[in-house]
Design a protein around this ligand. Sequence first.
Ligand code: ADP
Length: 537
Amino acid sequence: MRGLMQDVPLTIDTIFRHAEQHHGDVAIVTDGPAGRTRSTYAEWAQRTRRLGGVFDTLGISADGRIGTFGWNSQRHLELYFAGPCSGRVVHTLNIRLFPEQLTYIANHAEDEVVFVDRTVLPLLWPLIDTMTTIRHVVVMDDGGDNEVPDDPRVLDYETLLADAAPVDFHVTDEGSAAYMCYTSGTTGNPKGVVYSHRSTYLHTMGVISPNAFGLGVRDAAMPVVPMFHANAWGIAHAGPAAGAAMVMPGSMMQPKALADLIVEEGVTFTAGVPTIWQGVLPHLAGRPHKLREIGCGGSAVPKALSEAYREQVGLPILQAWGMTETHPVASSGVLSRAFDDADDATKAAQRARAGIPFLGVEARIVDADTLEEQPWDDKATGELQVRGPWCAAAYYNPDAGVELLTSDGWMKTGDVAAMAPDGNIRIADRTKDLIKSGGEWISSVDLENAIMSHPAVKEAAVVGIPHPKWDERPLACVVLKPGETATEQDILDHLAPLVAKWWMPDAVEFIDEVPKTSVGKFSKKDLRTRFAEYSRD
Ligand code: ADP
């Protein structure tokens, strides 16, 4: 027997029309060097329809790739919807990638046009002749004063929009491609992940649910996570879908500017990587705000950071886990009622976990070689593997040289985790960051968490350095808070009661800054290279 319900495709134009029809008055604010611009979903929808007309005028193919190279802004949100809703595929280029990687992904995706913010034009323009499929460069004037090249390929966004006719959006195939995101990739070429209309729709439903970010009409959402980093973790879709106001930082990503936006625009929900919140904390502490949730992920969220927010800003950080290949949000750590009466330390420990998989995502931990499932006893660790309608089935580069799925169809994450009996995930490490000492594994994440609970420590990253007897031993790279002092012995004394003896770092190096990746995570690769020949003087 078959169900007798309507078979309506799950497509992004449905989200677009919902925002247009029901949330027209809701605000979109974009910050920039020339000040904040204010608009509404009604205006955005009208402009987005005209942008669809621009793609036709420019002769973009029916499923042509549209590159974007810009900050989080209303215009970027117009591209996010005009692209897929007119059948095209939006390819977000990470403005901080190395030039060779940018050239590789623009050519590999076969971008036909690129939309670029004027403030970052100098990063892109020198590469344009290496990007062989790009025919047009559309400049979005976001208040920067960079010179715009006099070149027939260069066009102005607002001029094109003013001349264009609005189009109707009607996508019928929910399985068709909507977005391409290339993961930054620590080795080899970036790998292309292709989101469909259906996966985007379902991920959006997941993200707005109360066990995740819980967005609704009472919210003002500010994605600090860039729209070029795994589609801003779904927030750029969740806002219009939920009727939440959007607050876009544009190029104003300095910690003080972000704190000002939160306070002055009444932001209730925001999200970004831990290093962002580390920087924002002193600018937000003690100020009045309307925040109800600060989402954070992309790398382990230090317990000390979450607790500092609870104490100084009035709310702890909500941890989520995911990866570009999982759209990216797959689990989050909203505390259940079972913790209502728990003490602060218990709650903080629970918040340091990656949380429970969303409805729609299944997770398991296995021995990576034998695929034998490991028990959910919070002790056994194994490779975290997931499956679900918003997990990738394959990369766009057949030559990526990476086997994404196991023989039984689960997606490998490259993360090592333990799971509590209720399936709550505790990420121990990335496989490549684990430290192998005397045949046993040491979790760099656990060590970093313990070191960062020292009051003088701002950031800590632990990497394995070669050791003749033990294979590898942990080296702690520590950044102190401005004006604070601590010695190696102070750090080790602090650690001694917190970790097993054989986990104790062999040495503590004080550094000025932890190197960061293109999306603001700790770059352990750079630290390993820097300390590859480490020896004590
Ligand atoms: P990249 O490999 O460029 O960093 P992603 O942004 O897709 O690309 O990163 C995904 C990875 O980030 C995950 O596999 C995991 O290692 C890490 N990660 C994400 N969220 C968390 C979290 N809450 N705790 C620990 N690690 C996390």
